[in-house]
Design a protein around this ligand. Structure first.
Ligand code: PEP
Ligand code: MG
Length: 748
């Protein structure tokens, strides 16, 4: 790289910074920037196109093109050469633009006389903001060095756009991270919340993209990289893994931290006038752009590593990030790309709402959110990139909509809706002590699902009949080692105390799949949901399950103990688990402990295989509970975590209802009580259909009890059964629409 070019581009950046720092309106600043760049590069045209919305670019400033076209000329992404740069995120550099692929003539700009064209994307960390274009009459291609210089300028522009530097008062174009944005996601937990953004992993904001002293910046970068390397080495030492593949991944991570190419590129960026953090971010942006285009998953993972390292480096350089000591705002609404159940538990109930870019309704983080009754929206676009800590935010968990930085009209409408919902809740509360009895006299017992001691007060407030499912994983997920038997026994005893004689059904540890204990070596299974999980782990490595069973027996002392085993897929598994519990009771007896007064041992029916199990299974079980979340995913071969496939298959499809009916028939024949404890039990429409098919126990989160009870009480369950039977014969795939229409007419 020629020294003169380096100093030229540094000079340009310094001028740019001065222009940006000058007190002027956004438009004036943009105009100055374009003329500055054109002059410095000796070209006739420099233009800035910015995204107006996700699909449209607008010419926002130009030196050289017709000034009348500013804010008039718009292009769709992919349209013309500018649109091509925007779509691909790559540079287009040609000496003969009119013959280049995709060229589109825009008469209003007067650009037909320009032969050469260079366009570079203005982007920040994979977020596309616009395109910077250079044109000249002479047919010339721009050198790699010139492109590089312009990319650095584009990087600074991206940072400035980021800071809202282009926004003048009254301008039509809203600043990024300032304008109101609405996100449509899926509902993970209903409810409404108003509050302020709290980012799980706050983005680092670079406030000084241009630096005067490259040597000082280089030293800052080198120091930060040294710190980073030490922390990566420590991480490797602490990893304590013998898994070869995992070691290789960690080594690759270390290799990146020591990569000369990475360092060289950042040093070069600095010599061009960027600050150390802007240089890190420039390379990170480039890596992200590559990431979206690399088909090989292994390479993509490595680019991910680089992304992660860049984040760490930025945090070191800026002192911002996770542990900034920033104070959580009032009424915090957590925003994250995704989050695990353990991390969510650490935040606790203080959160008013949660919004995730990824996530799934059936994930265990969602289950924790539900246990806390915190409204949760998943699959909410790029909200983690758009939101800033402290932003005002409204979460509408009924519509699955999030309003970020909402306008006043939206706020008023939202508050009205919240008030209406509060009234509805009041109506549900009035049903608390009434039975869930249909108009025909059919009664369904509504139980609640729980997973934390803190859930137990809901038993009384919701009017639940008992706890139909107590998930015991959460006590294992929140600590960094296997919990002690004594601690577990104390917790279980407190749960039973709080239930005041109502039945609590404890489900033994259901780990594996998405619930990985922090102190367990993660298994690299091709299909974790079909892998070594739940009862399979419990039977193969019985130490933990035995300990848990002992804790349950001791907690019950003198009371009724109700235990069920998850994920039973064949008769022997239930038999073995049951025998293990009976053996532990004998052992406790021998040790002289007080035994439970009565023991009920049940099985969760979560795999289609058990619908067709030998009759002995139904006879041996004291009760059976359908784990509909898992049963449905295996029945339809559709991952419960995968939003793309999950919603294709309706619970009210005739085939799934036939399956449920078969379970009801088999349990009735063996006189074995049956319940349903998957999420569908808490959906009113599904719940009345299950009741019509003969289910008499449903277990759901406490907040669902009111709505489900309300619908059951307004429905003639026997008539509904007839309707479902007729619809099943009609050849329709799902009974949903028919039942819905019938309920509108008939639910009084
Ligand atoms: C189920 O699968 O329906 C269930 C209740 O268990 P979990 O959601 O914990 O897997
Ligand atoms: Mg399950």
């Amino acid at each position: 790289m020629a020294e003169s070019q380096t100093s030229d581009s540094r000079k340009l950046l310094v001028n740019l910074r001065e222009t940006l720092a000058a007190a002027s309106e956004g438009q004036e600043r943009l105009d100055r920037i374009t003329s500055l760049i054109a002059e410095s590069l000796g070209v006739e045209v420099c233009s800035i196109y910015l995204f107006r919305d996700t699909e449209t670019l607008e010419l926002c400033a130009t030196e050289g093109l017709n000034p009348e076209a500013v804010h008039q000329t718009r292009l769709r992404v992919g349209e013309g050469l500018v649109g091509r740069v925007a779509r691909s995120g790559r540079v287009v550099n040609t000496e003969d633009a009119p013959s280049a692929r995709g060229f589109r003539y825009m008469p209003e700009t007067g650009e037909e006389i320009y032969s050469s064209f260079m366009g570079v994307p203005i982007q920040r960390l994979g977020e596309k903001l616009g395109v910077l274009v250079i044109q000249s009459k002479d047919p010339r291609t721009f050198s790699a060095d010139e492109i590089y210089g312009i990319e650095v300028v584009a990087m600074v522009l991206a940072e400035m756009t980021e800071l809202g530097a282009f926004i003048g008062e009254g301008e039509a174009m809203g600043a990024l991270h300032q304008r109101p944005v609405t996100f449509k996601g899926s509902i993970g937990q209903e409810g409404a919340a108003e509050g302020h953004v709290w980012l799980h992993e706050p983005r680092v904001v670079v406030t000084n993209p241009v630096a005067d002293d490259p040597e000082a910046e280089l030293k800052r970068l080198n120091d930060a990289v040294d710190t980073l390397r030490v922390s990566v080495d420590e991480m490797l030492e602490n990893a304590q893994t013998t898994d070869k593949e995992q070691m290789q991944v960690l080594e690759a991570y270390r290799m990146f931290a020591n990569s000369k190419g990475w360092m060289r590129r950042m040093a070069e960026d600095i010599s061009r006038g960027l600050s150390a953090e802007a240089a890190v971010e420039k390379e990170q942006s480039a890596a992200r752009a590559r990431m979206s285009q690399v088909p090989d998953p292994y390479l993509r993972e490595r680019l991910h590593d680089l992304d992660d390292l860049s984040n760490r480096l930025l945090r070191i350089l800026t002192g911002q990030g996770k542990d900034t000591g920033a104070e959580m705002p009032e009424n915090p609404i957590l925003i994250a790309t995704n989050i695990g159940p353990g991390e969510l538990l650490e935040y606790g109930r203080g959160l008013k709402g949660i919004v995730l870019e990824e996530g799934s309704v059936a994930s265990h983080a969602a289950i924790v959110a539900r246990a806390f009754a915190i409204p949760l929206i998943i699959q909410a676009g790029h909200i983690a990139t758009e939101a800033l800590n402290g932003d005002h935010i409204l979460v509408d968990g009924e519509a699955g909509v999030v309003h970020l930085r909402p306008e006043d009209t939206i706020i008023t409408a939202f508050r009205d809706k919240m008030a209406m919902e509060a009234k509805q809740q009041e109506r549900y509360r009035s049903l608390r002590d009434k039975p869930a009895m249909g108009l025909c006299g059919t009664e369904v017992k509504l139980h609640m699902n729980a997973g934390l001691m803190a859930d137990l007060p809901s038993l009384e407030s919701s009017g639940a009949y008992g706890v139909g499912l107590f998930r015991t994983e959460l006590q294992f997920l929140t600590v960094d080692r296997v919990p002690r038997r004594g601690d577990l026994a104390a917790t279980y005893a407190r749960v039973m105390d709080a239930a005041k004689g109502k039945r609590v059904t404890f489900r033994t540890l259901d780990i594996g799949s998405d619930k990985v204990l922090p102190y367990m070596n993660p298994l690299d299974e091709p299909n974790p949901a079909l892998g070594w999980r739940a009862i399979r782990v419990g039977l193969d490595k019985p130490g933990v399950m035995r300990m848990q069973l002992q804790a349950l027996i001791r907690a019950a002392a003198g009371r009724c103990l109700t235990v069920m085993f998850p994920f039973i897929a064949q008769l022997d598994e239930f038999r073995d688990a049951r025998e293990m519990l009976l053996a532990e009771i004998e052992r406790e007896r021998a040790l002289g402990h007080i035994l439970p007064e009565k023991v009920e041992i049940g099985a969760m029916l979560e795999t289609p295989s058990m619908v067709f199990a030998p009759q002995q299974f139904f006879e041996m079980a004291d009760f059976i509970s359908i784990g509909g979340n898992d049963l449905k995913q295996f029945f339809y071969a559709a991952d419960r975590e995968n939003e793309r496939v999950r919603r294709r298959y309706d619970t009210l499809n005739v085939s799934f209802l036939n399956l449920i009916e078969e379970i009801v028939t088999r349990c009735d024949a063996a006189r074995t009580p049956l319940s349903f404890c998957g999420e569908d039990a808490g959906r009113p429409l599904e719940a009345v259909c299950f009741a019509a098919l003969g289910m008499r126990h449903l277990s759901m989160r406490p907040a669902s009890i009111g709505p489900v009870k309300s619908l059951i009480r307004r429905t003639n369950i026997e008539d509904l059964r007839e309707l479902i039977d007729e619809t099943r014969l009609s050849g329709e795939q799902s009974v949903r629409q028919t039942v819905k229409a019938w309920l509108v007419e008939n639910a009084t």
